[in-house]
Ligand binder design. Structure first.
Ligand SMILES: Cc1ncc(C[n+]2csc(CCOP(=O)(O)OP(=O)(O)O)c2C)c(N)n1
Ligand code: SF4
Ligand SMILES: [Mg+2]
Length: 312
């Protein structure tokens, strides 16, 4: 059972007065991450909404030492910092528990532009946590498609709908044989919190991906961020899972969908809540477009079930 939201620590690492939109899922997620990591951490960020939101020194919106780096170097910079800390400790120049080194990167920075250095850090099993907050687009620059954008989505670079399905990035990270991989989303804060605590206490490379429904890119009312996040999970469009030393397990409520105890909700309602789909679902080919999106979801559920060796 996941930790109750009422039991999360009071500590706030995301400070009030930052520049994020109201209802920003990345900021909500980072608040929960902060509660799990505590103050003893070093944060790396690549260009993104989270950088645009954080403000400027000395009035940073996040209560950690923060390093802004290029897209391509999140993996290598985090590796460098963690190794430098280890050497300083070895030489007696640092005392006490080493800070957690973590990268906070969007889907554009993770799936696409930063993938090479991230893959190399995973291959070396360097002691870092890479968080991908996945709003399924390059939001900060006006919502362009990324490798995380699902098929059928309107973005400014896919005006008639993206033609390709999204990558399974978390699974790609798992294929690097790293000790911990997890997916999460803001509607399940206790689940996210528990996963971050686990990652913090696991040596080596950790990857946590958080689905982050963004009202601007997804085109819904900003008060409904958490509702959209929950609908993504209930429809099976986003699966909650974790893998410890390669063994995959699913978390509630995705575990019920995977085990066949409860069917995933049809994707229609989830799609119609979002302008990025709705605007393309008004033509005569609407049912075919919905069927394609539903097909991708069903295929991923079946694939993950098989990958986790679960028979129903
Ligand atoms: C090499 C490079 N290409 C493009 C940009 C412009 N740029 C800045 S932020 C951004 C979007 C990043 O998308 P993502 O990583 O998904 O984060 P989000 O904006 O969605 O929070 C882009 C393309 C850049 N800064 N550097
Ligand atoms: S555009 Fe989306 S991800 Fe970016 S700050 Fe606004 S709500 Fe957050
Ligand atoms: Mg993004």
């Amino acid at each position: 059972m996941a930790t109750s939201i009422k039991k999360l620590p009071d500590i706030e690492q995301v400070l009030s007065g930052n520049g994020a939109c109201g209802g920003c899922p990345a900021t909500m997620a980072l608040r929960i991450v902060g509660k799990a990591l505590g103050t003893n951490a070093i944060m790396l960020l690549t260009p993104s909404c989270s950088v645009a939101s954080m403000g400027m020194t000395p009035k940073l919106g996040y209560n950690w030492p923060c390093i802004n780096i290029t897209f391509a170097s999140a993996g290598s910079s985090a590796s460098g910092i963690t190794h430098a800390l280890e050497i300083m400790k070895e030489k007696g120049r640092l005392e006490g528990e080493l800070p957690t080194v973590f990268s906070w990167v969007g889907d554009g920075g993770t799936y696409d532009i930063g993938f090479q250095a991230l893959s190399a850090a995973a291959e070396r099993n360097d002691n870092i946590i890479h968080f991908c907050y996945n709003n399924e687009a390059y939001s900060n620059t006006g919502v362009q498609r990324s490798g995380a954008t699902p098929r059928g989505t309107y973005t400014t670079t896919t005006p008639s709908g993206k033609r390709q399905p999204k990558k399974n990035m978390a699974l790609l990270m798992l294929e690097h044989n790293i000790p911990y991989v997890a997916t999460a989303t803001v509607a399940y804060p206790g689940d996210l919190y528990d996963k971050v605590v686990k990652a913090k206490n696991t040596p080596g490379m950790k990857y946590i991906e958080i689905l982050a429904p963004c009202y601007l890119g997804w085109q819904f009312d900003m008060a409904e961020t958490v509702q959209l996040s929950r609908m993504a999970v209930r429809s099976g469009a986003w699966l909650l899972w974790e893998a410890e030393n390669g063994k995959i397990s699913f978390n509630s409520p995705s575990s019920n969908i995977i085990s066949g105890k409860k069917a995933a909700e049809p994707v229609d309602e989830y799609l119609m809540k979002q302008g990025r789909f709705k605007r393309l679902l008004q033509g005569s080919d609407a049912s075919q477009r919905i069927a394609e999106i539903q097909g991708d979801i069903d295929q991923q559920i079946a694939f993950m079930r098989e990958r986790a060796k679960i028979n129903i």
